[in-house]
Design a protein around this ligand. Sequence first.
Ligand code: ADP
Ligand code: MG
Length: 700
Amino acid sequence: MNISEIFGSNVFSIAVMRERLPKKAFAEVKSVMENGGQLDMATADCVANVMKDWAVEKGATHYTHWFQPLTGITAEKHDSFITPPVEGKTLLQLTGKQLIMGEPDASSFPSGGLRATAYARGYTAWDMTSPAFIKEQAAGVILCIPTIFISYTGEALDKKTPLLRSMQAISDQALRIVRLFGNTTATKVIASVGPEQEYFLVDREKYLQRRDLIYTGRTLFGAPAPKGQELDDQYFGVIRERVGAFMKDLNVELWKLGIPATTQHNEVAPAQHEMAPIYSMANMAVDQNQLAMETMKRAATKHGLVCLLHEKPYAGVNGSGKHNNWSIGTDDGKNLLDPGKNPNENLQFQLVLACILKGVDVHADLLRLSASDVGNDHRLGANEAPPAIISIFLGDQLENVVDQIVSTGTAGSSLQGGKLNSGVATIPLLNKDATDRNRTSPFAFTGNKFEFRMVGSSDSIAEPNTTLNAIVAEVFCEAADLLEKSTDFQTDCKKYIADTIKAHRRIVFNGNGYADEWVAEAERRGLPNLKSMVAAVPALTTEKCAKLFEKFSIYTKPELESHAEIMYETYAKVINIEAQTMIHMASKHYIPTAISATTQMAASIATVRGVCPEADVSVQTELLGQISALLRKAKTAYDALLTDTAKADQMDDACEMANFFHDTVTADMTALRAPVDALELLVDKKLWPVPTYGDLMFEV
Ligand code: ADP
Ligand code: MG
C-alpha cells in the first residue's frame, strides 16, 4: 500500500485545482479562499465544470451540497449530473450556480422556532475553505460540496456558519495581539483542531438482537459481566485481528478522503478504541470529524461489526469522548500557545494565556454547554471523564509562572524539565517535560495547545470550537483595545497580564478533578457546576452570552434562543425514545421471559414433588420467590414509566418537558432497569432474550 498515492485521492484539493483549472480561474479561487469575496460567475462555471469532470472520472453520478444542520450530523440530497434529454440523449453538467448555491427545503430541519414550517426557504452556499470530495457509498459515487446552510432571512441553520464566523473573529482579534508584539507579516491567525475520537465496536449479529442498541445506540439494560476494565488489560493492548482489519480499512478510507488518520489504539473499556488524525484548520477538522464518524460506521459494517459512537454504550465501564485539541497560530507559522523554553520571558505568551484564563473563567457555563449532549450526561462527573466543572490545568511550569505573577506582578524564572534516569545503564538519560499530564482536567494545557476533554464522542465539535474561538476573541479584543492606546507598552501589558491573572486565578486547578474535595473546593471558588445538559442550556440565553456572540456577529439573540429551544427539544425526544424502548423491551422481552422462568420453576417444583414428595425443592422455591418479587418490582416500575411518559406527552413547553424527562422519567428508567438486571443474574441463560454484556463486549 502506498499511502502517499492513496492520500487525498478522493479530494478536489488545491493541488488538483492548480493542475486542472486555467491559471486565471485558479488564481481567483485561491484569492477568494484566502481573502474572502465572490467568484465571478464565469469562473464559477469553469470551476464547476472542472470539478464535475474530475468527479465523473472517479465514477461519480451525483453531486450534493453537504451541510451540517443543527441535528449535529450531516445532511445531503443527491442530484444527478444529467441534463434534460434531447432526442433521447442526455449530457452531464454541473453549473457554477449549482456549485455555489442550493435551496433545500429547510422546514424539516430543526430551527427552534426561528421559522414557521410554512416559511421553508433555506439556502446552502459553498464553503470554499473546505475542499469538495467524493464519497463512495452504496447509493453511488457522490461529489460532496461542503456548504453552509442559512435561512431566507440570513440566520444560521447549521453549525458551520457560526464556526466560520468565530474563526474570523479570533483571527481578527489575535492579529491585533501579535501586531502589538511587532509581527507585521502575518495576515491571519488560524484556529487549529485535532480531535481524538473514541468508539466501541460490537458484533453486528448481536447488535441486531438488541432493540436498545438499534434505537438508542446504548444498552438500556444489562447486568455487569464478571469482568470489566479492572485489570487495565485493554488500554493499549494488542489489537485483535478482526478489529485490526477494520482499522486498516478505515485508515485507507480516511486517507482517500484526505483525513490524516494517524493514531489508533485500544481504549480503557473492553471493545473500546480510539482514532486520532493529525490536526488541521478548525473548519476542516470539524468537517473531517463528521466524515470520520460516518466512515467508521460504514467500515464497521463491512467487517460484520457496528461502530457505537454513543457516549455511554455500557454502564459500569468507561464511555467515549472526543478530546478536542485546540491551538491558534499565525499564517507565518507562529503558534500563539507555544510558551518556549522560558515562559517567564515570553510576554506575548503570558498575555495570550491570561486572556484564555479570563475567557474560560467568564464563560465557563458556555464552554460546558458547548460540550453538552444527551449521552454526555452519563460521563461528565462520573469519574471516567472530567467533572462537569470547568477548570484549567496548566501543569507545574505554567502554574509556577502564574503564581509568581500573582504574588509579585511578574515572573522571574521558569521551572525546567531536566533529565530522567531510567536506572538502566544501556538506556541514555531521557529529556523530561517541564510538566506532567493530568487526565482528569476538562481543559488541559499540553505543551503548545489546550486539550478540551469534555466533548462527547458522538457530538459535533463545531460548537466547542465556535465557543472557544469566541470567548478568547472577546478577551483579545479587550486587551488590544487597551494596549493599542498604551504609551508604555511593556508596563501596561505586564499590568494587564497581572491584573487579569489575579482576577481569574480561580479557574486554574492542577489537582485531581475526580475527587469529591474538588467539587467542594470549586463551589468555594464560585465556579459553576452544571451537572446535566438541561442545567447547562440556560447559559445560551444570558445577557453575557448574547453580548459575546453579537459582538462578533457569530450568533444573534434569536439564534441563541432557538438553540436553547432545540437543545431542550432534543433532550426530551432522546429520553423519550429511550423510555419507549425500555417499555418495549420490558413488555416484549423481559417480563415474558421472567414469567416463563417462574412457570418453569413452578413446573419443576410440581414435577419433583409429584415424583418424590419428600425431595428438597427449597432452591426452586427460593428462586421462584426471588424472581416473582423482581417481576413485581419490574412491573410496578414499568407502570410508572408508562404513566410519566404519557404525562410528558401532554406538555408543550420544551424547557418544562426537558426538565420533567430529566428529573422524573430518567429516575423511572433507573427503577425499571434495576430489577431487570437483577433478573438477568437469576434466570437461565438459555431463556434470556438478548445478548448480555459479556457477549457484547468480549466477543468482538
Ligand atoms: P495525546 O498524547 O494527548 O493523545 P497527541 O500528541 O496524540 O496527544 O495529539 C492529540 C491530537 O492533538 C492530535 O490530533 C494532534 O494532531 C493534535 N495536535 C497536536 N498539536 C496541535 C496543535 N498545535 N493544535 C491543535 N491540535 C494539535
Ligand atoms: Mg491520544
